[in-house]
Design a protein around this ligand. Structure first.
Ligand SMILES: NC(=O)c1ccc[n+]([C@@H]2O[C@H](COP(=O)([O-])OP(=O)(O)OC[C@H]3O[C@@H](n4cnc5c(N)ncnc54)[C@H](OP(=O)(O)O)[C@@H]3O)[C@@H](O)[C@H]2O)c1
Length: 353
């Protein structure tokens, strides 16, 4: 039996929300056995399918099956608005998975604020809150003694924040450089195979790799937001999106890419964040890298990040940068951090610290 239960309210049940439900269905008993925790989904809010809430928990299999076909919800429907549910219903953690809006970050920023003000932890896969309102939300979380976690926002399920904060603890990271957008990496790879720029974009669209507005990926806006999140969290220095110089891949032609390949090089859309004292420099721009460079070896939609550190030199991590289950896994890692945090607090209290 689980010795603890945490109640989740999910905002958004699209690709990532479904991925998370699948993980909870497949790994629920494993998590009880290995971590002593049961994550119970008590509510789900969507844009067009309505909202659900049941204090005893929703049936995950029914939820998953109905979501695959985008069927209207059949039971546990509530007339309450998303913000009302966040503020008033009994849940421990709000998981924010509504679409990212990089103009004003809404409604996600408002949802995160409502959750934290009403005593609920926030795990967000949505890039808006961490890119545009990180200082405000993280200070609110701190004042409330709550977590505001964002592992899924950069490199999807490949752990970046946990890795840097735990495995690289004590090192000074001077530069973070990487491939933060899988769809543009896929498009450049297709062009190396001889496909035109527009055919490569079409293929990426067909395979579901591009966002609804492809300009977000191709123009470098997605990578720009991820650099801001990296600076906010790992360099603890807030930067504005406008502080990140940005050039997309639109001016790279098939000929450029093929000529580079013939010369033993590869064009990649590279995001770079450097610090010198308190001064931060951030840019997203295509770079022609020698094939032996670790970032040049990323194929398909893979993402990678190289941390340049004082004692270890360069440390590179790579892995999937998108996908429902992959990103759902990043959400799970944050949920487990909250569970461990609770355990720690409980232990400190019972031991009288
Ligand atoms: N997909 C990935 O690989 C990936 C990776 C990393 C991060 N992310 C981020 O994770 C978030 C979720 O991505 P996704 O791929 O799951 O998106 P998605 O498939 O488009 O799903 C979005 C979900 O949000 C719901 N929604 C829309 N407007 C809403 C609103 N105003 N309030 C509450 N819910 C609303 C949608 O409901 P309806 O369908 O009924 O409108 C849908 O259930 C995004 O912010 C994305 O940037 C995604």
């Amino acid at each position: 039996l689980a010795n603890k239960q945490l109640k989740l309210l999910l905002i958004g049940l699209g690709t990532v929300g479904q991925g998370l439900i699948r993980i909870l269905l497949e790994k629920g008993s494993h998590l009880i056995e290995t971590h002593g925790i049961e994550f119970k989904v008590v509510g789900v809010c969507t844009g067009s399918r309505g909202n659900l809430y049941h204090p005893e928990g929703l049936d995950l299999q029914t939820l998953y099956d109905s979501s695959l076909n985008r069927e209207p919800f059949a039971s546990d429907i509530t007339e309450r608005t998303t913000e009302w549910l966040i503020r008033n219903e009994d849940a421990d953690i709000v998981v924010e998975l509504s679409p990212t809006d990089l103009n004003d970050g809404q409604p996600a920023i408002g949802y995160c604020q409502a959750a934290l003000e009403s005593g609920k932890h926030v795990v967000s896969g949505n890039k808006g809150p961490a890119a545009l309102a990180f200082t405000f939300l993280s200070e609110l979380a701190k004042r409330q003694g709550l977590f505001f976690l964002n592992e899924a926002t950069v490199l999807s399920g490949t752990s970046v924040f946990l890795f840097a904060q735990k495995s690289l603890a004590g090192l000074r990271i001077n530069q973070i450089k990487g491939i933060l957008n899988g769809s543009t990496n896929f498009i450049l790879g297709q062009m190396e195979l001889g496909h035109s720029y527009s055919d490569s974009i079409e293929m990426a669209k067909q395979l579901g790799y591009l966002e609804a507005d492809p300009e977000g990926d191709i123009g470098g806006y997605d990578a720009q937001a991820k650099l801001a999140i990296l600076s906010n969290i790992l360099f603890e220095t807030p930067i504005q999106l406008a502080d990140v110089k940005r050039v997309g891949i639109a001016d790279i032609s098939r000929e450029d890419v093929m000529a580079a390949r013939a010369a033993g090089k590869r064009w990649k859309l590279i995001a770079t964040l450097s610090r010198n004292g308190d001064h931060i420099q951030a840019s997203v721009s295509p770079e022609c890298l020698p094939e032996a460079h670790p970032l040049a070896q990323m194929n398909g939609t893979s993402n990678a990040l190289t941390f340049s550190t004082d004692l270890l030199g360069d440390v590179t991590i790579s892995g999937p940068g998108a996908g429902g289950v992959e990103t759902g896994y990043a959400i799970l890692t944050d949920l487990l951090i909250i569970h461990e945090g609770h355990n720690h607090e409980l232990k400190s209290r019972t031991e009288g610290h």
